[in-house]
Design a protein around this ligand. Structure first.
Ligand SMILES: Cc1cc2nc3c(=O)[nH]c(=O)nc-3n(C[C@H](O)[C@H](O)[C@H](O)COP(=O)(O)OP(=O)(O)OC[C@H]3O[C@@H](n4cnc5c(N)ncnc54)[C@H](O)[C@@H]3O)c2cc1C
Length: 433
């Protein structure tokens, strides 16, 4: 009898010794996730801006595989035993979480209207509601480099079967955007001897240029036209850009950079594109614009420095830094709050007007709180005059002011890709997460 009792006591003790630390560790992680979620909600960073995971809570078994699969870090967390999107703004939509989920409980969806909004209507050949105008890559709602590459190739394979341009002074296809989808479309056109031009508003590379982290993950190996298989599934941003530059040089790809396409008109089976410096006539157009849009620039000296950005992807990458946020809308305020919530960042918000107008009530309350706690310095009636290597020069009511600076975030509005699509007559449908 005694022996049985001892065995039971030992078994119970053993269970407690192994289970209690596990439960504690689990609770600690859950509390951390809950805290982070609360913080993200305050700064509006809980909501996704692009493709993001939608978790089916009925299917989710709370195993946490998706949380660990995400290379971005703490985008997902486990709360009440279920996977939860806690830092949506940091999600880049590569869907590694969905691939890793053992029960298929994660689907990728676009962001809510107002964050990212509607998707264009396209058919199985990527043709939009404007005949002869095609949409590929992230603009069509598909994230990931491998999808952009695959669609860039397929769209030109389809166009190569259509009647070519009727005149010598026009190209068969004008490709807008030199991200992975536009570059692959150009390579395929080159391979198929189609007359083409790629037009890019900035530099080649697309969204890749904006990555705050070094590593780029390809969920599957990809095959590029002319070049062949890319041997890596992981690379640094610099390696990928070097590869694109090598390909462009070797193939002599026809690209015009720093040429923004501002309008496209169509008539008689022809498209006339207006770019920064000229007009281009094409039989077909491939829109490979991505979803970042065209941010409005300040037009001040030094704005080309790499420390200047027009979108905040991950506030957590900044520690102990002097950061200037420019703008007075919700995006600027949310960014300033997000950055000021991180360890020891010194955040200054510069706005050209004397007060914020038309901002969300939630943001007004939070920014007032951050200003009163001296977590954010606010400079109303100020304008950036010059961005220097370690400082920024501002004009203020009290004269010129030079402040220490390591990063500048500018939120001065601009054109969203959907505004451009609507302007050129493309119809949209809505997909809401
Ligand atoms: C931070 C971050 C990390 C990511 N990490 C990964 C990853 O690890 N693996 C992965 O597979 N995917 C990742 N992605 C997603 C991937 O980068 C995108 O899905 C992919 O770049 C989309 O390619 P795209 O060619 O459709 O568009 P983009 O790469 O966005 O390129 C669009 C191009 O069009 C240009 N353009 C726009 N408007 C105009 C205009 N009017 N005139 C001329 N040019 C114009 C833009 O300047 C841009 O260069 C990440 C995304 C982000 C933001």
């Amino acid at each position: 009898m005694n022996e049985t009792l001892i065995t039971i006591v030992i078994t119970v003790l053993l269970i407690l010794v192994t289970v209690i630390p596990y439960v504690r560790k689990f609770q600690k992680k859950e509390n951390k996730a809950r805290e982070k979620f609360k913080k993200m909600k305050i700064s509006g960073l809980d909501e996704a801006m692009t493709m993001h995971p939608h978790i089916d809570l009925v299917q989710c078994i709370g195993c946490g595989v998706c949380v660990r699969a995400c290379p971005e870090g703490d985008v997902l967390g486990l709360i009440e035993g279920k996977a939860t999107l806690i830092h949506g703004a940091k999600c880049v939509g590569h869907g590694l979480c969905a691939e890793a989920c053992p029960v298929g409980g994660i689907e990728l969806m676009m962001a809510k209207p107002g964050r990212s909004a509607d998707l264009p209507i396209i058919d199985e050949n990527f043709e939009s509601t404007v005949k002869g105008m095609f949409i590929v890559g992230e603009l069509g709602g598909m994230g990931l480099i491998k999808n952009a590459i695959s669609q860039g190739k397929k769209v030109i394979e389809h166009i190569s079967k259509l009647p070519p341009a009727s005149r010598d002074d026009m190209v068969d296809v004008a490709i807008i955007g030199a991200g992975p989808s536009g570059l692959t479309a150009g390579l395929t056109a080159h391979e198929k001897n189609i007359r083409y031009i790629i037009v890019e508003q900035g530099d080649i590379g697309g969204t890749i240029l904006q990555y705050p982290r070094a590593k780029i993950v390809m969920t599957n190996p990809v095959e590029l036209p002319i070049w062949g298989k890319l041997k890596f599934t992981e690379a640094s941003k610099e390696q990928l850009l070097e590869l694109w530059n090598n390909i462009i040089e070797k193939v002599q790809l026809k690209i015009e950079t720093n040429e923004k396409v501002s309008n496209i008109l169509s008539a008689n089976n022809e498209f006339v594109l207006t770019t920064t410096t000229k007009q281009i006539t094409a039989r077909y157009v491939v829109l490979a614009l991505g979803r970042r849009g065209t941010p409005r620039k300040l037009g001040v000296p030094g704005e080309e420095r790499s420390k200047v950005t027009y979108r905040l992807i991950d506030a957590a990458t900044h520690h102990d830094e002097n950061i200037l946020v420019v703008g007075g809308g919700d995006s600027a305020i949310e960014a300033a709050i997000g950055l000021a919530s991180q360890n020891n960042n010194k955040v200054t918000l510069s706005y050209r007007k004397n007060e914020f107008s038309r901002i969300k009530e939630r943001n007004r309350t939070h920014i007032d709180d951050f200003i009163s706690r001296k977590k954010i310095t606010i400079l109303f009636n100020s304008e950036v005059k010059e961005i220097r290597e370690d400082t920024v020069l501002l004009s203020t009511q009290n004269g010129e002011l030079e402040i220490k600076n390591s990063y500048v975030y500018i939120f001065a509005g601009g054109e969203l890709p959907n505004e451009f699509l609507k302007k050129i007559g493309i119809q949209m449908h809505t997909q809401v997460a």
